[in-house]
Design a protein. Structure first.
Length: 261
């Protein structure tokens, strides 16, 4: 008894392509559009969180510079004050008193900068956590958008298979199925559908490896991006570890609670 080659014409193609979306859900252009829109929203959300982080980092850098300037002025004023104090032999003139008061103010200012920088660093941790969460969501949204778009294009290609290819597959199936019953029982026998699936797969994957995208003709792919979004300035260890993000969130929450007490 020979294998049935009639039903395998479509089956072999579907077997090779094996396109599945979720639980056999048929993807549509609407699915891709929704996924791309979600990706755009995730990108905007990340940009907003990243801007907040950069503003805090800028404030920390500015405060550190102001503190350094204040420390330099304190050192210069202290040397000048001591020199004049010795020259006056301990007589506290109004000028010396004013300079001494100014030194105390500057020292207090340095302390204020220290406290502010400490608070800003806590804010930075919180902002970094938000960036890591938004970055993780962005990467996931990019992956979903790329898969949804690829799935849509895949289905379109399936629905427009070359008649010449389908005819060649049918002919090949016919040829491969002309075997005796004894041959089908052989331990070396391979079903025609599997042989053709492998040949088509090797041919298409080989061509895909050689082929290049013409990005001038790929506006959707250009919008999505071929690679995961770059997230410069984000703590990668935090981004890649949900556990670390959870621990940091707990730490920040405990700090807020302790400040309320």
């Amino acid at each position: 008894m020979k294998p049935d080659s009639t039903k395998t014409v479509e089956a072999v193609i579907q077997d090779f392509l094996q396109v599945k979306a979720g639980h056999n859900e048929k993807p549509s252009s609407g699915n891709a559009e929704g996924a791309i829109q979600h990706f755009e929203q995730a990108k905007a959300a990340f940009a907003k969180k990243k801007q907040a982080l950069e503003e805090i980092e800028s404030s920390i850098a500015r405060c550190a510079q102001e503190k350094e300037t204040a420390n330099s002025e304190i050192k210069e004023n202290e040397e000048s004050w001591r020199s004049r104090f010795r020259k006056s032999r301990g007589v506290m003139t109004d000028e010396l008193k004013n300079v001494h008061s100014q030194r105390a103010i500057q020292q207090g200012l340095v302390k204020e900068f220290d406290d502010l920088i400490e608070e800003l660093n806590v804010e930075k941790q919180s902002a970094m956590l938000h960036c890591a969460n938004a970055g993780d969501a962005l990467i996931s949204a990019h992956r979903s958008a790329l898969n949804a778009y690829a799935d849509t294009q895949w289905r379109m290609a399936i629905n427009h298979l070359s008649p010449a290819l389908v005819r060649a597959v049918k002919l090949k199936l016919l040829a491969l199925s002309t075997v005796s019953y004894q041959e089908t029982q052989s331990g070396h026998y391979v079903e025609p559908a599997k042989i053709i699936s492998a040949e088509i797969g090797n041919a298409l994957v080989g061509a895909a490896h050689i082929g290049q995208f013409n990005m001038d003709a790929e506006p959707v792919l250009e919008k999505i991006g071929m690679h995961s979004p770059a997230l410069p300035g984000v703590d990668m260890a935090l981004l890649q570890s949900p556990i670390k993000r959870q621990l940091l969130a707990q730490k920040l929450s405990q700090r807020i609670d302790s400040n309320k007490e």
